[in-house]
Design a protein around this ligand. Structure first.
Ligand SMILES: [Zn+2]
Length: 131
């Protein structure tokens, strides 16, 4: 059983959440202080960073309920639980990022392919989609 960790953007924003990721990269864009990050998500993102050996940009990770509603996110979006990230890997197509993520999450997790980014989440069930 995993426990989602709650960080403070003010206190820990510049601290590493994983080797190549700072806490503030996962913060909600509405400016709220609490930053929820699932440790399993960090493992997966770091594995992606290590595999491609280029910068990984987190476009959107944790979202507060109000922010999620504002962006039209799903009611039970994994972003609400700090378990999802929309990422861009420099020079790598979203489908190629998804293909590698598939090797990390063969039986679980959500992987969504969009035109400019890849959604990755670490839910228990398996979900795959293409926008
Ligand atoms: Zn997403």
């Amino acid at each position: 059983m995993r426990t989602v960790r709650v960080y403070s953007r003010a206190g820990e924003g510049n601290s590493p959440a994983a080797k190549n990721f700072q806490v503030k990269e996962f913060a909600c864009s509405d400016g709220s202080d609490a930053v929820f990050i699932d440790p399993k998500l960090l493992e997966v993102l770091q594995a992606i960073r290590d595999h491609f050996a280029v910068p990984v940009t987190v476009n959107s990770a944790y979202r507060t309920p109000s922010k999620n509603a504002a962006v039209g996110g799903a009611k039970k979006s994994q972003h609400l639980y700090g378990a999802a990230a929309d990422i861009t890997v420099r020079g790598v197509a979203p489908a190629a990022v998804a293909a590698f993520a598939e090797t990390l999450l063969p039986h679980t997790g959500g992987i969504g392919i969009y035109s400019t980014f890849t959604h990755i989440d670490v839910r228990e069930q398996k979900a795959r989609w293409k926008d």
